[in-house]
Design a protein around this ligand. Sequence first.
Ligand SMILES: Nc1nc2c(ncn2[C@@H]2O[C@H](COP(=O)(O)OP(=O)(O)OP(=O)(O)O)[C@@H](O)[C@H]2O)c(=O)[nH]1
Ligand SMILES: C=C(OP(=O)(O)O)C(=O)O
Length: 275
Amino acid sequence: MTTPTTTVVVPLKPPAAGKSRLASAVGALRPQLALAFALDTVAAARRCPAVTRVVAVCDDEQAAAQLALAGAVVVPDAPAAGLNAALEHGVRYARAVLGAGAVAAMSADLPALRPAELARVLGAASAHPRAFLADTQGVGTTLLSAAAGVPLLPVFGGQSRAAHAASGAVELRLDDVASVRRDVDTGADLQVALALGAGRHTLTTLGLMQATAYTYSPDSRSGQVLLDDGTPLPFDSAAFDAGGLRLLRPGQRVRIETEGAGTDRRITLITLQTF
Ligand SMILES: Nc1nc2c(ncn2[C@@H]2O[C@H](COP(=O)(O)OP(=O)(O)OP(=O)(O)O)[C@@H](O)[C@H]2O)c(=O)[nH]1
Ligand SMILES: C=C(OP(=O)(O)O)C(=O)O
């Protein structure tokens, strides 16, 4: 039974200014995706049995409100002096005001984050005063931990894997924690995160929804797609035929285009997404 002992601190730049490397791949969706990644990251961290609380350091009012709804304790980025200063500020607040002990600074752009994988990382980290997890490329860092009473000493940015190792933090060598290493900076990173299984905020922002089941009545040439949040969306044969729904398997991700709202919302196109 995992005991929740770690306070996770996630930093979020105002989404309007965030994820600039993603712009060429997603265009105008960039700010919404920057926020969606953070909301999926916070939601997964909150479901992690090793995490006592999540503190988000963010200066953007609208983003802060949504991060709070996702269950984070949000503090303004008072230093406004970059990522590492924001993380130090979040840890100071967590320890001085919330009585936090062990902390872990984690990037807020891990949309595929799995609570069980985060628990494995934090479990391994708890054996060291300071520890870190390298990102997928093996160049940066997605998580840096510090035991109770130990300074975090973050040196995120650029070649931070080497910098954190040089600072004395122990690198966590874990093979089965891909979702904790997969930060999303570019379109290629996003495709990998989607293939790992991104969270609902990211999928919805991209117009992708995970259909868990569907029914189709050939005689009435209509049916329903059941989304993973339990929403049943009716569709007619036009959407079925146009999007190849007949190939849909439960759990298959589809791009669903709809029109109308509430009970009038109808699917107009269903396209299978292959990742
Ligand atoms: N609060 C706060 N968060 C930051 C700051 N700089 C980066 N971050 C966050 O730290 C995490 C990792 O940073 P990046 O991957 O460089 O994110 P980014 O700056 O939005 O991406 P690029 O614009 O492509 O560099 C993301 O969650 C950012 O939102 C900062 O100055 N303050
Ligand atoms: C800030 C970091 O990541 P990124 O490359 O996404 O900026 C980092 O890896 O330290």
